[in-house]
Ligand binder design. Structure first.
Ligand code: SAH
Length: 346
């Protein structure tokens, strides 16, 4: 029998497990706090447990741990990029960013990605595997230990497509929010998706008030398909319909991510169509200047062009901001660092 990953279990699952092995229910509470509040890494350190119980748990379960493989610090702002080594030697990356409103961790949900967006580095070596809830949690916990500080905001915007690892991501959210653990407010969490429509509806039904962020990148289906293969599966109007539903259920403004690519989606007609389709949707547009990667031979628009696009949206009463570039000096775009170091490692 495979040993169960104890720090991937939700509070309720941990209770069920403890009861199922004929131990007292309150042990689950102690275990959960040990992992998710006190950064516990090994059952042997759980000294409030009798040795008999520690041995028993060690035999039936395991604890996932990840370690820092490399950290790159920006000299411009306080941004730090973390490369983490997983137990199977895969590498994932996370980013720490300091904003006025708090300390943000941007974390990965998969090793690699299947979605194949042409401009994105995370997808270039294909998909390797899903991350477990503990592997996502540990990206936050190890960062906190390293910085000796508490993360206040989380964005699921690193490598991977969170709605393609649905069950594990949901468990991650439940655990990090739990009052016996990190106790992070759902309102401080943002999940970014390329638009897997059925799972947006599913997420809306969960009733957890996280912010949904949609990588739209073009208002036209035809253009969108040219840069995002997922566009062949779900249309822009289906995505926006799902956004309306999400807002109805969750009552939180949707973020629309729009990576500006010169000559591809920054034209007058793109702006016009975008303002049309977003009319009446409670949203906020986050404009991301393209981070060029060598496999995608396009540029970001000029600074002036980017500002003009933003103004065009604002003029139609659509709130829009330009994503501030964090850690410009260490800013190999998402996924690029991991690729470089994974290759070195091999
Ligand atoms: N799979 C999720 C999370 C991806 S990363 C999603 O698709 O939303 C977060 C954002 O960065 C997405 O909007 C993604 O499209 C964008 N992105 C990826 N590569 C980029 C690049 N090279 N330049 C600018 N934005 C990029």
């Amino acid at each position: 029998m495979d040993r169960i990953e104890l720090n991937s279990l939700t509070f309720d699952e941990l209770e069920d497990f403890i009861v199922s092995i004929n131990e007292d229910r309150y042990r689950a509470d102690q275990l959960f706090t040990f992992f998710h509040k006190n950064y516990g890494k090994a059952i042997k350190d759980l000294t409030v447990f009798p040795i008999r119980l520690r041995d028993k748990l060690d035999g039936m379960g395991k604890v996932n741990n990840i370690e820092i493989f490399k950290r790159l610090d920006s000299n411009i702002d306080n941004t730090k990029k973390y490369l983490y080594l997983l137990e199977d030697d895969n590498i994932v990356e996370s980013v720490f960013m300091e904003y006025k409103h708090g300390l943000t961790a941007c974390i990965s949900t998969q090793v690699g990605c299947k979605m194949g967006c042409y401009f994105c580095a995370s997808t270039k070596d294909g998909f390797v595997r899903n991350l477990s809830p503990a592997e996502m949690l540990n990206q936050v916990y190890v960062m906190e230990e390293d910085l000796n500080n508490k993360i206040t905001n989380i964005v699921l915007m690193g490598s991977g497509e969170p709605l393609d690892n649905y069950e594990n991501v949901l468990k991650f959210l439940e655990i990090i929010h739990h009052e016996r653990g990190h106790n992070l407010s759902y309102r401080n969490i943002t999940l970014s998706t390329c638009g897997i429509v059925p799972n947006i509806y599913k997420l809306a039904e969960e009733g957890i008030p996280i912010t949904l962020s949609i990588s739209l990148h073009s208002p036209f289906d035809e253009e969108r398909r040219r840069i995002m293969p997922i566009g062949n599966k779900y249309s822009v109007s289906e995505i926006l319909q799902a956004c309306r539903y999400y807002y109805e259920k969750i009552n939180r403004r949707i973020t629309i991510e729009y990576t500006l690519i010169e000559g591809v989606n920054d034209r007058e007609e793109d702006l016009l169509e975008l303002t049309k389709i977003l009319k009446g949707i409670k949203c906020h547009v986050n404009l991301i200047p393209l981070n060029p990667i060598k496999e995608f031979d396009y540029n970001r628009p000029s600074q002036l062009g980017i500002k003009k696009f933003k103004k065009g949206l604002n003029n139609k009463s659509i709130p829009a901001t330009i994503r501030r570039e964090m850690g410009g000096d260490i800013n190999a775009s998402c996924g690029q660092l991991r690729r470089r170091y994974s290759k070195d490692k091999r």
